[in-house]
Design a protein around this ligand. Structure first.
Ligand SMILES: Cc1cc2nc3c(=O)[nH]c(=O)nc-3n(C[C@H](O)[C@H](O)[C@H](O)COP(=O)(O)O)c2cc1C
Length: 326
């Protein structure tokens, strides 16, 4: 039997990888507490976006994505994680307690670990090379271990989904509080959080499914005549906080798998932030069988296209507390 015990350093290294997870508007709404035998993940409510994310779903999805990144980082170092979700009913912000057992990393763990450093949210047009069905299936099935489903949006359902994305964009374009948040968190230069101007292209009104518009976009788009994206919608049977966290883990698993298979990707939640559009997507795309939590855009980006800069993160010591648990 493997007698190794984890150390604070192992947990710190894993958290340093976990904070590379995607988060809504790159808010990085998490805190981590490291103790002798476990790591605890907390939401940072000061980083919630009340107008963009009125229910806090995107915050929980972001923390779920970081939790999955942490699992992968631990697995690569030879530790399998056991996760207790929402372990303290008296502490709303305490999202998970992660303890570990010595284990051997699998090939898949190593591939996903490598993908953590290569993944970026790529909002540019993808090339028109179709994603083979087998590859789409391999990505989509990654949602299942997290109690979620990921439905690939078939061509006839792109029309109603596109209608919802455009309606969301129109509503948000007149929502002052939403726009104030967007201005506070995007169009950034040289900061450790928020969405950099250098990572967002100009909106493309001709796309059948639109993406969120950010402030002061500076990223040159690709020159492909059309966008060759596939879209997936991640859904869960229940609609509570635990499901949101698990859906965030599923989203992370999809994105890292897509990266490891050589695909470009980006998350999108804009229409899901408007209750009635979320209901429309639930019935149009998920046939009322699951609650939509996030949308994933996937496709190919030839290596001849300029690589994207990495979106900065806060220093890991800013989000870690080391100490004995109360
Ligand atoms: C819950 C969630 C919602 C997101 N929604 C959007 C979105 O609607 N549009 C978008 O372009 N990016 C979206 N993102 C991607 C973030 O903007 C991105 O992860 C962040 O800026 C960090 O950049 P990176 O993913 O390249 O590391 C979302 C990410 C998460 C986790």
């Amino acid at each position: 039997m493997d007698q190794r015990q984890p150390t604070a350093e192992i947990f710190e290294d894993a958290v340093a990888m976990a904070v590379r997870a995607p988060s809504v508007h790159n808010t990085q709404p998490w805190r981590w507490r490291i103790s002798e035998r476990s790591v605890d993940l907390y939401a940072d409510p000061a980083r919630r976006l009340p107008s963009t994310d009125p229910t806090g779903r995107a915050l929980l999805l972001s923390c779920g994505a970081a939790l999955h990144h942490l699992r992968v980082a631990l697995a690569v170092q030879g530790w399998s994680a056991e996760v207790g979700y929402l372990p303290d009913p008296a502490d709303h912000d305490h999202l998970a307690r992660i303890s570990v057992n010595a284990d051997t990393p699998s090939r898949d763990d190593i591939d996903l670990g490598a993908a953590i450093v290569h993944r970026r949210s790529d909002r540019r047009r993808y090339c028109d090379r179709r994603v083979p069905c087998g590859r789409l299936r391999r990505v989509a099935e990654r949602a299942v271990p997290f109690g979620a489903v990921a439905r690939v949006v078939p061509p006839p359902l792109r029309t109603p989904l596109g209608r919802s994305t455009r309606t969301a964009a129109r509503r948000h374009a007149h929502d002052r509080a939403y726009l104030a948040e967007l201005a506070a968190w995007s169009g950034r230069h040289g900061t450790a959080d928020g969405v950099p101007a250098a990572n967002t292209p100009r909106p493309r009104p001709e796309d059948d499914i639109s993406q969120r518009a950010f402030l002061a976009p500076e990223l040159a788009d690709t020159s492909f005549a059309t966008d060759g994206s596939e879209w997936l919608v991640i859904g869960t049977a229940d609609d509570g906080r635990r499901s949101e966290l698990r859906a965030g883990e599923a989203a992370s698993a999809l994105l890292l798998t897509a990266t490891s298979l050589g695909m470009a990707s980006c998350l999108q939640t804009e229409p899901l932030e408007v209750a009635e559009l979320r209901s429309a997507i639930r019935s149009d795309v998920l046939h009322d069988c699951a609650h939509p939590q996030a949308m994933v855009r996937l496709g190919f980006m030839p290596t001849s296209v300029a690589p994207l800069p990495f979106t900065p993160r806060r220093e890991v010591h800013e989000v870690i507390d080391i100490g004995v648990r109360a």
